[in-house]
Design a protein around this ligand. Structure first.
Ligand SMILES: Nc1nc2c(c(CN[C@H]3C=C[C@H](O)[C@@H]3O)cn2[C@@H]2O[C@H](COP(=O)(O)O)[C@@H](O)[C@H]2O)c(=O)[nH]1
Length: 341
């Protein structure tokens, strides 16, 4: 049986058939112009992954790669039903929420001597131990903690069986191809199979597999085993934050019916038509923003600090969403509880 459409093909197909989510061409251009001012700065540069985020590893070694692998294996579903009551993790004097609460908990465990990034540990870690490692400072636990436990055991066992317990071996098998690494991860680890249906076609987003490839490229600083010649074929990562920021910036719009549903906080299930349209149109929107930005760079002869690709645009927009949480309060994000994003 043929595989699903690639994430990029999926996004194009969804955007062409979407009924409740729309890309705004003027908004795309406005975002590209916002980004043009940043192309020579640190935010749109590979080095930003370490320079701008204190919780990310500083090193570019096997241990740092195993850190990235665990973080991206658990990189899903941090949103809470009531924003004022959520999981928080205090680490080295700062309090972290959302995705960063996961990273803070991983670093806290390592500081406590718990080898949470070692497959030989998490392949058989117990639920109690996982609840301890990812404990919250509030009475709201990290969402889907049982699923996280199941996925750690499953993923750890496979990493031990197929890759001698080291994600570096998985990276090396991909021979410096981002696409090969993405597909090797999806084939090897079931929890990364972010695939669903739309209008009778099998489509893929591979959100966690793509961000794993991107974070591998970043932690290895684009050098050695992380020198992916095709990193620009990786698309943005279809999560629940990027749609929110794209709507906030005017590049994406929802139908009245969908907006009302989201404002009420109604849940969408993984694979629902509207959930797929939100993810697919967001992905395609970032591809169009990238195309427009590359045109502007060409036209204006802007100096860039390296190759501009969808990975760096995604990182920038995700960080922008984090930094503009207050301004975005009125823009709902879609609530889907799943292990894929
Ligand atoms: N599209 C996209 N989605 C991303 C990320 C990241 C973390 N990457 C950072 C780490 C190092 C790099 O420097 C990146 O800045 C997490 N997520 C997703 O967001 C959601 C969590 O959001 P909140 O509840 O607000 O924390 C959840 O679905 C999670 O899977 C990204 O980069 N892009």
């Amino acid at each position: 049986m043929d595989g699903p459409l690639t994430p990029r093909e999926s996004a194009k197909f969804i955007a062409e058939n979407s009924r409740d989510v729309f890309i705004d061409g003027r908004g795309v251009r406005r975002v590209a112009e916002l980004l043009l001012a940043k192309v020579s700065g640190p935010e749109l540069h590979l080095g930003g992954w370490k320079a701008l985020h204190e919780l990310n590893p500083r090193a570019a070694d096997e241990a740092a790669l195993n850190w990235v692998f665990v973080a991206d294996t658990l990189n899903f579903s941090f949103w809470s039903e009531h924003d004022e009551r959520k999981c928080l993790v205090g680490y080295r004097g700062k309090t972290y929420s959302g995705y960063w609460s996961l990273c803070a908990a991983v670093n806290r465990a390592l500081d406590e001597g718990i080898p949470i990034t070692s497959a030989s540990y998490y392949a058989t870690v117990t639920l109690d131990q996982v609840q301890h490692v990812f404990r919250s400072d509030t009475d709201v636990p990290m969402p889907l903690i049982e699923e996280r436990h199941r996925i750690l055991n499953e993923t750890g066992k496979i990493l031990l069986e197929k890759f001698e317990g080291s994600f570096l071996n998985c990276v090396r098998k991909s021979e410096k191809s981002a696409q090969k690494l993405m597909h090797l991860v999806v084939e090897s680890f079931p929890s990364y199979r972010d695939v669903t249906q739309f209008e009778g076609k099998r489509i893929s987003f591979y959100k966690r597999a793509q961000i794993l490839v991107a974070d591998t490229w970043s932690v290895l600083e684009g050098k050695g085993d992380g020198c992916f010649k095709d990193i620009s074929s990786i698309t943005m990562f279809a999560d629940y934050r990027l749609p929110q920021v794209l709507v906030h910036l005017g590049a994406l719009n929802y139908s009245k019916e969908l907006l009302e549903k989201l404002l009420k906080g109604e849940m969408l299930s993984y694979g629902d038509r509207q959930e797929v349209e939100i993810r697919g149109c967001s992905l395609w929107c970032v591809e169009l923003i990238r195309d427009c930005l590359l045109e502007l760079i060409e036209k204006k002869g802007e100096k860039t600090s390296g190759e501009i690709n969808s990975v760096l645009l995604d990182y920038y927009l995700w960080d922008y969403a984090r930094d503009h949480r207050e301004d975005m309060k009125g823009i709902p994000f879609h609530h889907t509880r799943c292990i894929y994003y």
